[in-house]
Design a protein around this ligand. Structure first.
Ligand code: GDP
Length: 292
């Protein structure tokens, strides 16, 4: 399901979105609320030009509400409206429609003065793989439309889906690539499960996650796994490995001889983190992000 991006794919994905832009009024840029910048396409502003845009911070059910509020302010500072949503639960669907309509209000008003009746707002959803595009399309449509795991470059006839009486949505989303050449971005994407684990060592991904958790969500880590001692310096790799071992012991991930099976412990940690078992956790905040 994860797409391997090559320069040809990127060019084609970009052209497909640019062709769709001509048909629509508003772009819905879908990001992962836990990693809004790492789940963002590095060329997004260039690709979308000046199309009115609504940013959705999806999987908000898994993200830290305080950090999400900081992100909303961050995007506002860039002149972009950002709305936290859970596409999977389907809340905020009415608000998405209202915001899209709002983005077109001035244009429709001008048209109305010229005697042109406002029509439905036409929207396109764009985002990187696994961010929740298909889930959102299905939610907005109120029925199953989009197959998950669409591939860039695979063209099929596109159709408008009615969303209420005032909005229409293109049934195929625009699929964009992340900024994966940045190692930190790659790690964050891997922690959330957005990119294939086989591309990186599971233990490295888990270590990255534990280091971040120790620095920002130490209490959650202690409560979930009964970790007694957190490293004083989360940059101390050995101390972070000790935390991983403590988690492994707690979960019974042991090899013969009683050593901790670090691969198994890593998988457990990542699985529980992704399922929200440690509470709502964000993996990047505006003030600590150096990318973009
Ligand atoms: P796409 O590749 O962008 O079309 O992503 P999908 O719609 O296939 O979603 C990828 C995964 O994220 C699926 O397992 C969805 O169930 C999950 N997902 C989508 N939206 C949400 C959400 O709001 N919260 C949570 N927890 N999971 C979500």
């Amino acid at each position: 399901m994860t797409i391997q991006w090559f320069p040809g794919h990127m060019t084609r994905a970009r052209r497909q979105i640019e062709a769709k832009l001509k048909l629509i009024d508003v772009v819905i840029e879908l990001l992962d609320a836990r990693i809004p910048l790492s789940s963002r396409n590095p060329m997004i502003d260039e690709i979308l030009q000046n199309k009115p845009r609504l940013v959705l911070l999806n999987k908000n059910d898994l993200a830290d509400p305080e950090v999400t509020a900081q992100w909303v302010a961050y995007f506002a500072g860039q002149g972009l409206q950002a709305l936290p949503v859970d596409a999977a639960n389907g809340n905020q669907m009415k608000e998405i429609m209202a915001r899209c309509k709002q983005l077109m209000a001035a244009k429709f008003e001008t048209q109305l003065r010229k005697g042109i009746k406002p029509r439905a707002v036409r929207a396109l959803i764009v985002g990187i793989p696994n961010v929740g595009k298909s889930t959102l399309i299905n939610r907005l449509a109120g029925r199953k439309i989009a197959a998950t795991g669409d591939k860039p470059g695979v063209t099929k006839g596109q159709q408008w889906i009615k969303v209420g009486s005032e909005m229409e949505l293109l049934d195929t989303p625009g699929i964009l690539w992340p900024k994966f050449e940045d190692q930190e971005v790659g790690m964050r994407l891997a922690v959330t499960g957005a990119i294939k684990e086989e591309l990186l060592y599971t233990a490295d991904i888990a270590l990255y996650a534990i280091r971040y958790l120790c620095a920002h969500y130490g209490t959650s880590l202690q409560e979930r796994f009964g970790v007694e001692k957190l490293p004083e310096d989360p940059g101390d790799t050995e101390a972070v490995i000790e935390v991983m071992e403590a988690i492994g012991r707690k979960r019974g991930a042991l090899l013969s001889g009683g050593r901790v099976d670090l691969d198994k412990a890593s998988l457990t940690i990542l699985r529980e983190l992704r399922a929200g078992k440690m509470g709502r956790i964000s993996l990047e905040a505006p003030d600590e992000t150096t990318t973009q």
